[in-house]
Design a binder for this molecule. Structure first.
Ligand SMILES: Cc1ncc(COP(=O)(O)O)c(C=O)c1O
Length: 408
């Protein structure tokens, strides 16, 4: 069966034919067959250079030999136990040694689970209920976070929850300051680089300002580094920008291509988590040996191979080509980037909304036809992996030139 028929089949059984909404795009998504390195092949036999990379986890590319070798070895010993395993300690130790605010860590199965458990922890630690989030940041598919400045993002969210989540524009310290003074906030949660409104780095002083506001108001500063962790630097955005939060959530890269999340922070906060403390978090699959092994293999590669330097350099080159060929705004930091079909600068989610959404969709389709897969939504980021070669980069630059020449 081809992708078109499979999509019809999937729609009969799964809402919208997909298990996560961004995967559905017009006229129908391709169905994947396999991936290796920088490339993926669909069931119709088309090959694509992949800049979506599973929405972030695959910084080493598809089927990285280091990860595959490690997990195959682990697989021989069994899959799941629900009993402590050594790989959990090794991955925890690696992360705690590299991420500045992480003195203790708890693994979860998704970023969503990590952020929702971490705000419970922040609320318990501060004995406060309200949290502040930023317009355009995404922290998972959880009731507490599905708001932006203009609307509630889903039906089904109780009114009582709306009262405890405040929203400020990204990069707007004045607004954060006034909201912090008017409300007793348990935590301010932020993606240090917004990776869910395209790619929006913080303006100079924004993260430092958040740190000061949190200090002044006994509020916990919480960085959601599910995307930026081990991407901007081995210590994440907090090391890159030299601002240490009280809590961090991680995910994506640390699972080496398997489902994961984690929350970590200062010991006095983390010690409140059950069974050491009373704050509840649990998970049948948490600390899964295959995931832990894949994550550890990935982090070891990141330490060995100067992956971050290479992926950053390639992303810079791509961003430069995109700017030159389109004349549009392109934001890039480390190995994450996005183009916005506007000539104005993009610093907030409203700036993204003002850009031409239809043009991005047409651009996505045009690249797909030429064998380059970028995220179907402009609210996601393009990612570059260490498996992308010089030839891949050259081919992509040529495709971008051709596409913009033909683009109306
Ligand atoms: C910054 C951020 N936090 C949390 C999440 C939720 O992670 P998951 O999809 O693993 O639940 C995501 C997912 O894209 C994310 O980008």
């Amino acid at each position: 069966m081809n992708s078109k028929d499979l999509y019809e089949d999937a729609k009969r059984l799964i809402p919208g034919g997909v298990n996560s909404p961004v995967r559905a795009f017009d006229p129908y998504p391709f169905f994947i067959s396999e991936g290796e390195g920088s490339r993926i092949t669909d069931v119709d036999g088309n090959e694509y250079l992949d800049y979506c990379l599973g929405y972030g986890p695959l910084i080493l590319g598809h089927a990285s030999p280091a990860v595959m070798t490690a997990i195959l070895e682990q697989l021989k010993k069994g899959t799941h136990f629900g009993i402590p395993n050594k790989a959990e300690i090794k991955l925890a130790e690696k992360i705690v040694s590299l991420v500045p605010c992480a003195e203790m860590i708890r693994f979860t199965n998704s970023g969503t689970e990590a952020t929702s458990s971490a705000i419970r922890l922040a609320r318990a630690y501060t004995n406060r209920e309200k949290i502040l989030i930023f317009d355009g940041c995404y922290h998972g598919a959880h009731d507490h976070f599905l708001f932006d400045l203009h609307k509630v993002k889903s039906p089904g969210i109780p009114e009582s929850i709306r009262e405890t989540t405040l929203v400020a524009p990204f990069n707007d310290l004045e607004r954060v300051k006034s909201l912090s003074e008017e409300n007793e906030l348990a935590t301010i949660i932020v993606e240090p680089v917004m990776g869910n409104a395209g790619c929006i780095p913080p303006e100079d002083g924004f993260l430092e300002g958040l740190r000061d506001i949190c200090n002044d108001n006994d509020t916990l500063l919480f960085f959601d580094e599910v995307i930026t962790g081990f991407r901007l630097s081995l210590g994440g955005a907090q090391e890159y920008f030299n601002v240490t939060p009280d809590l961090v959530t991680l995910g994506k890269i640390i699972g080496g291509g398997f489902p994961i999340g984690a929350f970590a922070g200062k010991k006095d906060i983390m010690k409140l988590v059950k069974p050491e403390g009373k704050v509840f978090h649990a998970g049948t699959f948490s600390g899964h040996p295959i995931t832990m092994t894949a994550g550890l293999a990935t982090l070891k590669e990141l330490e060995n191979q100067k992956v971050i330097d290479k992926t950053t350099k390639y992303a810079e080159e791509l961003a430069e080509t995109l700017r030159e060929e389109s004349g549009k705004t392109v934001n890039q930091i480390a190995s994450m980037l996005q183009i916005f079909f506007t000539e104005s600068e993009v610093h907030t989610a409203d700036d993204v909304r003002a850009a031409d959404k239809k043009a991005y969709k047409r651009f996505h389709q045009a690249l797909l036809k030429k064998g380059v897969f970028i995220p179907p939504a402009r609210s996601e980021c393009w990612f570059v992996s260490s498996a992308h070669s010089k030839e891949d980069l050259k081919m992509t630059k040529e495709v971008l030139k051709e596409t913009f020449n033909e683009f109306e």
